[in-house]
Design a protein around this ligand. Structure first.
Ligand code: AMP
Ligand code: MG
Length: 379
């Protein structure tokens, strides 16, 4: 039997993502109702002239022009007359159709229509979209940009969209600017800060933290922290991986620790008061992938968005092995619409990740060339 150090009881990724989503408070967003008929008046849907359809192709005398926002009562369309009208302007009394500019000829203040107009042509009738009082969005609906626009349309308060603050801190005594062969530079800090910014966060880089419980506890409880803290390192099984015990000692609620994913197993999420700590693994590929997966969920939830689905459908151009019993995120190139695995040395191989365009989801047992595989773009 094949040996494996994987644990069958590790939390599946989808469950971890859901657990994080449910543990975080969404902002209270009330229902959206139409405050008036939408449109509130019959309106022109084209630039043209407003006229009485029943008069067919008879020439009409032009009374003037109505622009969007003008009071339509400035004119009254009697038999033999018409009003020049711009898209969005309300129909003047007496008119029941719009003939677009393209379908008429205008000479000396008179207009000749070249088609047989029908009542209602190019008119957006009052209430076409919604009636006053109608429910447009239920309470708690995702606060998308479109939903925000709709709130503005019906005169509801519009929350000012602000980027959520995210602190980024690396951990590890080995991180230095000018490394000896047994030390390394901090690649996770700049990488995660850039990724968090790309995902819509207002990022602040914090000083790297030593592998020392008291210093970690001090940093975690320092006043002025952002609602989300992204750390990397210190969540594995090593003797210097203090973050889980420090968080527990501070009374944090551990949402999960260790997930069924390769790379990225040591992932930890905890609530320390109302602050979310995403304890990313230290290995750069693990840290990157878990940030890419978990941070959008936290940001979306805290900002009233929808549960994100970052996956794209794709097809493998080659066979990919996965001998372990965790799903694998395999760095790939994309060529001719297909995913081609890049030989990767695993969770520490930032060289391969930086060359990859996609990470493909490979179930245990592997996948054949031509098989469907969902994937994440490498940002
Ligand atoms: P840890 O989980 O803290 O034991 O870290 C796992 C591996 O990732 C170790 O080889 C660390 O040296 C490395 N690592 C941790 N933090 C960083 C970082 N900020 N940048 C680059 N590598 C890191
Ligand atoms: Mg470490």
């Amino acid at each position: 039997m094949a040996m494996s150090c994987d644990h069958p009881d590790l939390l599946p990724l989808e469950e971890a993502l859901r657990r994080l989503w449910e543990a975080l408070p969404a902002p209270a967003v009330g229902e959206v109702r139409a405050d008036r008929d939408d449109p509130a008046a019959d309106r022109a849907a084209m630039d043209g002239v407003a006229l009485r359809a029943a008069e067919g192709r008879l020439p009409r005398r032009l009374l003037g022009t109505l622009f969007a926002g003008d009071d339509p009562a400035a004119f009254r369309v009697e038999p033999g007359t018409a009003v020049r009208i711009m898209t969005g302007a309300a129909l003047p009394p007496g008119a029941d159709a719009i003939v677009p500019v393209e379908q008429l000829a205008e000479t000396g203040g008179r207009v000749q229509v070249q088609i047989d107009p029908e009542p209602g042509d190019h008119v957006r009738p009052r209430g076409e979209q919604a009636r006053a009082g109608e429910l447009l969005l239920p309470a708690g609906a995702p606060l998308t940009a479109a939903a925000l626009g709709l709130r503005a349309q019906v005169g509801l308060p519009v929350p000012v969209p602000a980027r959520l603050r995210v602190d980024v801190a690396s951990t590890g005594d080995e991180l230095v600017a000018d490394p000896t062969p047994w030390q390394i530079r901090d690649s996770n800090g700049p990488m995660l800060a850039t990724l968090a910014h790309a995902l819509g966060a207002d990022v602040r880089r914090r000083p790297s933290l030593p592998d020392e419980p008291e210093a970690l506890a001090r940093a975690l409880t320092a006043p002025g922290g952002a609602p989300i803290l992204l750390t990397s390192g210190g969540v594995s099984m090593g003797e210097h991986d203090h973050l889980p015990s420090v968080l527990a000692g501070l009374g944090a609620r551990i949402l999960f620790h260790r997930i069924r994913l390769k790379p990225g197993k040591p992932m930890l999420a905890a609530l320390l008061g109302d602050r979310l700590v995403l304890g990313l693994p230290g290995n750069p590929v693990s840290a990157y992938l878990n940030a890419l997966l978990f941070l959008p969920v936290a940001l979306a939830r805290l900002q009233g968005g929808a549960f994100p689905d970052p996956w794209r459908p794709g097809q493998l151009g080659e066979r990919v092995k996965n001998k372990g019993d965790r799903p694998l995120l395999q760095p790939c190139r994309r060529e001719a619409g297909r995913l081609h695995p890049l030989p990767s040395r695993g969770s520490g191989d930032l060289v391969t990740l930086a060359r990859a365009e996609a990470c493909a989801w490979i179930e245990p047992g592997g996948s054949e060339a031509g098989a469907e595989a969902r994937w994440l773009p490498v940002l």
